[in-house]
Design a protein around this ligand. Sequence first.
Ligand SMILES: [Zn+2]
Length: 390
Amino acid sequence: MTTQKALELSQELIKIPSFSGKNDEVIKFLSDYLTKLGFNCETLEYEGDSSYPVNNLHAIFNPKKSDKTIYFAGHTDVVSAGDLSAWKNDPFAAEIVGDKLIGRGAVDMKCAISCFVAAVEEFLGNNPNPNFGIGFLITNDEEADSINGTQKVLKWMKENNYKITYCIVGEPTNPEKFGEMIKIGRRGSINFSVKIIGRQGHVAYPENAVNPNTILINLLKILKDHKFDNGNQFFDPTNLEITAISSPNFGNNVIPNEASANFNIRFNNEHNSKSIIELIEYVCQKSSKGFGNKFIASYEIEYKISGESFLSSPKFLAEIMIKSVEKICKIKPLLSTTGGTSDARFIKDYCEVVEFGLINKTAHQVNEFADLEDIFKLQQTYLDVLKNIN
Ligand SMILES: [Zn+2]
């Protein structure tokens, strides 16, 4: 019955188009539902720090005032549906077609929230007085700025003495098959934009010019060939991907004045953003100097840090999550750190955090869908984890 509940709740949530930022309806829906289950709910609205206002939900059920708590963290916000004509079904109608639930936010990550709510409902039905607390940390801003969301709720929890011992984040973690992957960390990510400023001139008189294209190509070759590390037990090796190269085309006989490239670096826990940025600075400096004849090239670097790498060392929660996944899904999940960023990067500073959710293949795509069977299994997996917390 409660597995049916997970599906119904998923549909209700998908029918509320909740884009990043303030959305009273989606937070109120969850708050009302959890209040009925006996949770103490607080809507926390934050704004400022150069970002838009966001509402968040903190909900806690802890009848024995235990110091041990398990939280579920997730986001109700969804990315744009994109080109509506490319969808076979209305992205916000939450239609069931065959064995799939279609809708924006199905896998990322409204079904996971619903699965945890349904799991808690079933668990409390049989254990109305658990020895530990159960909490929800829900934000309506993970997909965009992530400034007035999870970070600020965690700070508020600390100030108000809400303990957090374990946390499950319901992001979709499985690449192909449900149950194959649990995440315990992430690589960091920085986007760089490098511009080489040379000296424009005639191709027949290169001695009077500094060709920025030559410098840039050499620089990119050095960076691409550089072995940052070999990876380690939980991380792939750090990797750089060039995403764009450009220079103005003034004609076949003109050496242009500048050349630019963009690249992204995904780095593991053997680096941090500071060490990566220093390395790029160093290579830019060396490369632009080495090529100067009587004129010296200069460079400009811009970068945006999307997130630092982190690892939440697998302990008790990872252990019981692995057992529950094995039991319900009949496959042994891999502990991984691949993929894009999530709010787990903030939570890891407070407690052990483990991410497990649906299959991420259709996240952010048109015709996003979740398999009904996976929704049922996810609800059962979360329930099994709750049973093993005691
Ligand atoms: Zn997500």
